[in-house]
Design a protein around this ligand. Sequence first.
Ligand SMILES: [Fe+2]
Length: 419
Amino acid sequence: MPVATASKTQTQTQEPLKGTLKLQAATSATDEAKLVDPYNYVGEVLGAVDTDYPYAEFLPHNPPRTESGPALEPFEFVDRGHFADPGYARLRAFVEAHGGRIKDLGIAIGTVIEGDAKMEDLGKDELDDLALLIARRGVVYFRKQHTLTIEKQREIGAHFGPLHTHPTYAVPRRGDLDDVVVVYTDRNSRPDPYAFSRAELFHSDVTYEIQPPGPTILRLLTTPEVGNDTLWSSGTALYSSLSRYYQQYLESLSALHTGFNQAASRVGTITVPRREPIETVHPVVRVHPVTGHKAIFVNPGFVTRIIGVPKAESDNTLAFLRDGFAQQTDATVRWRWEAGDVALWDNRVTTHSATFDAYPSQRHGLRVTPLAERPLSVEQYEAQTGKKAIDYIEERYALLGISGPKSDEGKTLAGGFRD
Ligand SMILES: [Fe+2]
């Protein structure tokens, strides 16, 4: 994430973190209103004050370590969306049996499951349909899942893919939930607008991993009455918004995703990371293995450069795509959380950002993060599957019976936006 404290030396030399980021003393519990990176949850500092808090066992905890563990092993990934009914028949029947319906929130992104369906009652068939729904819609919400346990949330996540253990973030205090990320802010987590711009806050989670996450599940336990919303922005729609010339250019590129800045931001909070930070090269345009949709797969949180082009070109392209994610109001959905709400997003084809407007309110959630395939470029996807990768808007227009090019190819006159 954007990190005010990141060490230039570490990111530039790509030296292993161990031995170079030896940890400083933990932050003082009395150090209220400390300025921090908003995604850098300060952990231990907070727990001592919350003796009556009902979710105390899930407060953030940073287990002490003396050395880092091994790197993640590669694994074969099969997306559960391949086993879905194309019309979500099983999921739809389940939702309707609980008085609800599957309702889209926007044209390009976002769907809410209405009614009183409980996620813990979803069977494997319904979960397969849900995997496809998440892939197509980018993010799916279930409201007021008060009875969903963390064990069941992990079980649902494990149906989608092996659960990620975060290399540096806090885990629940309970001690047996290493594959759960605690999302937490309170009065100790004052956001610092001098350290980040709003556009920079859009990110996909842990994209430096060789096989980054797919469907990701966040449930909020505690949330402010107002504020601290989350926005999701569609990488498929962003790709679709570009000219075919620029699409082809981006499809030829790959980019460097680094975990070093995030690791550096944890200095002072943890002693030794669970795993050494890594850097990985991924395609700038990836293809979703189930939908075949092409999506922009860069984010300002982790991507530092596009490979093989001059720095000015890399910087400007990344800034253009970053601003595209932040500005595409037609392909962004905003969720106003209530306690118990669950968001499931496809980390491969969306970015997301919190709004850090509710300081010093408390916000507390648990994230389960199933890993997926190594990102496929258009060329790799088409070679492996024998299918043509898809521009989402062309598929949408075809379904609507709209023919012809997706734009006027520059013939549209300027003006007309002065209402
Ligand atoms: Fe995130």
